[in-house]
Design a binder for this molecule. Sequence first.
Ligand code: NAP
Ligand code: MG
Length: 401
Amino acid sequence: MAKIQMTTPLVEMDGDEMTRILWKMIKDELILPFVDLKAEYYDLGLPERERTKDQVTLDASYAAKKYGVAVKCATITPNAQRVTEYNLSQMWKSPNGTIRSILDGTVFRAPIMIDSIKPNVRSWEKPITIARHAYGDVYKNTEFRIPCPGKAELLFTGEDGTELRETVYDFECPGVLQGMYNKDTSIDSFARSCFEYALSVKQDLWFSTKDTISKKYDHRFKDIFQEIYDNEYKDRFEAAGITYFYTLIDDAVARVIRSKGGFIWACKNYDGDVMSDMVSTAFGSLAMMTSVLVSPDGNYEYEAAHGTVTRHYYRYLKGEETSTNPVATIFAWSGALRKRGEKDGLNDLMAFADKLEAAVIKTLDDGIMTKDLSGLVSEGYKSTPVNSLDFIKAIRERLEA
Ligand code: NAP
Ligand code: MG
């Protein structure tokens, strides 16, 4: 069989631990036999980040910006324990943080649904994608423990001499105080990434904040989204048959629970942090959650939402067989290949991505799955737990068929 051809490379970012093992199995069994892969390879595994003083992460990020499509394996974000374990010269920054700061995007997370695993919310028939603004707010706050009675003020001193000052509270007793910020430019990119993504997947976009209470801060988010929508996206949304809908966060929560799913829910940083864990848990499993970073100028970086599955890796190193779920990582590959095909006008490549995903779903529908999923299957459906390689081989059989 002739392999499917590519014209432009995609950026391949390898990673760590168990997901690095899965990465190779996926490439060997499901990608390389079918696609004449053009990839610019960057090894973001921790030993290579250490060897290159993290230059490899910067190089990979700029390559993603250059080529527009990247696929990334999960990577270790070092903490003190990892510094000892890997004998690191520094506690290198989170690769995802570095990539995000260079591409400046928004992360979209969507669950992969199968018939045999029902969401905990009975009305949900289609996936709900959470778009989380990953900049500022409480994650970049300045806070005090107020030790004694006194006056707390908010002060802004402009470079042009503007001065804004207001009393926050006259403390009559000890308490707590917090300051936080966001930037128009970042909210603007967030909005554009959401509109672009909604168009690319042809799904309605919801956005929610608490602008009735936060009349300047949250209201600014609402206004920026509305202005960009009205001026630049309204016609394109109408042509695509999708809608943009703003509502208060508490109203959104109620509507999401009553909904059938099948839309994108854009959230401010904190709301997105909390709501994405709620939504993903209600859909079933972290191992079935896909994640894509979309930059405002249309670059895409695909990955799985989970980490490097360290506990399984330590068992693997001891020679034990593991049943680690590769589905979200396979979908990162299919997402990247489909996007590469779309950008380069390669119908065969796009069709291959569809077939690869269909083969995964068929395998799961046939009851062949990893252990994390077999425990979640509803009554009346069969499930046969297998190890990672046997699962990937079962997908390959269906893909070949
Ligand atoms: P994790 O790798 O997501 O794994 C947490 C637990 O979730 C696992 O022990 C496993 O549970 C289950 N799990 C997750 N993915 C699974 C899969 N594909 N198949 C089967 N079970 C799965 O999170 P972590 O252990 O907190 O983090 C490990 C490392 O990953 C850390 O060094 C962290 O820095 C990194 N990390 C990277 C990313 C990223 O690159 N995007 C994201 C998050 C974390 P059981 O052990 O009960 O089977
Ligand atoms: Mg969280």
